[in-house]
Design a protein around this ligand. Structure first.
Ligand code: ZN
Length: 342
């Protein structure tokens, strides 16, 4: 028997793919914009929430990016970054998420002159305060952006190297995968490799299998999205070889259902390869991607998927345990959370 939404809410969960700037509370944006005299599309939190959802699900990348520009615009001071990070942990607690990997790109928070280290320190301060109060464990992923120059992403990678083990657990390449191959990011990738920084990468979201293979070649042990895995069936041998590689190397796929449906890269839940991934033995788990943009919670993501395919508690536990095993957390935190998930 499958689980109800309230049953899923009560179960401990793990979330690996959630953007800090994509999960700000609407009321917080209103408050922070007022303090900083920033103009918003609406100063009513409910209306603003609807605006974010509409812009992000209009199947128009430019409108979605403009929405991110608004959430980032209020996250330019130490106090604002700390507050957003703290509230994110509280939101995870309220959804019974026990371990969260939150990700953001410090470069996008420099507008008012904060240094990259001040930006990271502010976020980690908020996360630590949240952990203290809500007992939710966290790890930070520093994002490079695929459509930024290698030189800028290299600065983000340097930050990851400086802060690894001090709250930062890894690196992600976010942004547009289509048209922005990792081949453009050689210096950044070399530095990450030299310092053994755990790597996840958005790939196969708008681009197809080639981007996923490229991410694996670059050393990513997790792939964000991968929803276009089967889009191009012209080379079945390549698909089959990549499947084999993902299974053998235990690559984890960070699934983002509402996000993929919202941005239109996948037409319907039935058309999404998530169930196929699960059936063929891939390590997968669900994620929210951007809770502000897609108006979702992790429990709602699991409910949508499990209800559609009538999946049971065993499948739920398997996905959350897979996420924890694939996380970049320390061995100590991994074993503690896996114990909670059992
Ligand atoms: Zn993402």
């Amino acid at each position: 028997m499958t689980l109800t939404l309230s049953e899923i809410k009560q179960l401990p969960k793990v979330q690996l793919h959630d953007h800090l700037d994509g999960g700000v509370r609407p009321q917080t944006i209103v408050d922070l914009a007022r303090q900083q005299q920033i103009t918003l599309p609406s100063t009513n939190a409910d209306e603003l929430a609807r605006w974010f959802y509409q812009e992000s699900t209009a199947k128009d990348l430019q409108r979605c990016l403009a929405a991110f520009a608004i959430s980032c615009s209020v996250m330019q001071t130490e106090a604002a970054l700390e507050r957003v990070a703290y509230e994110m942990i509280e939101d995870m607690f309220n959804d019974n998420v026990r371990y969260i990997e939150t990700r953001f790109c410090p470069y996008l928070h420099r507008a008012q002159g904060l240094s990259d280290q001040q930006i990271i320190d502010s976020v980690i301060r908020g996360l630590e305060r949240g952990r203290e109060e809500f007992k939710v464990e966290f790890g930070v992923l520093i994002c490079g952006i695929r459509n930024f120059a290698d030189e800028i992403n290299l600065q983000m990678a340097e930050l990851a190297c400086l802060n690894i083990g001090k709250g930062v657990v890894g690196f992600d390449f976010a942004g547009a995968d289509l048209g922005f191959p990792l081949a453009n990011q050689t210096k950044t990738l070399q530095l990450l490799k030299r310092h053994n920084i755990p790597l996840t990468t958005h790939a196969g979201e708008a681009a197809n299998l080639t981007a996923i293979i490229e991410a694996l070649d670059c050393g990513a042990t997790r792939i964000g999205h991968a929803c276009n895995f089967y889009n191009d069936m012209s080379n079945p041998e390549l698909i089959s070889a990549t499947k084999q590689r993902i299974l053998e190397q235990k690559i984890h796929i960070e699934i983002n259902l509402s996000s993929n449906l919202g941005t239109g890269v996948v037409k319907s839940l039935s058309a999404h390869p998530v169930k196929l991934f699960l059936d063929q033995g891939f390590s997968i788990a669900l994620n929210t991607d951007d809770r502000l943009m897609f108006n979702n919670t992790l429990s709602e993501e699991y409910f949508m998927f499990m209800n559609h395919y009538q999946l049971d508690l065993a499948a739920f536990k398997q996905m959350n345990q897979s996420a924890m095993r694939a996380s970049f957390a320390s061995a100590e935190i991994k074993s503690k959370i896996l114990h909670d998930l059992a």
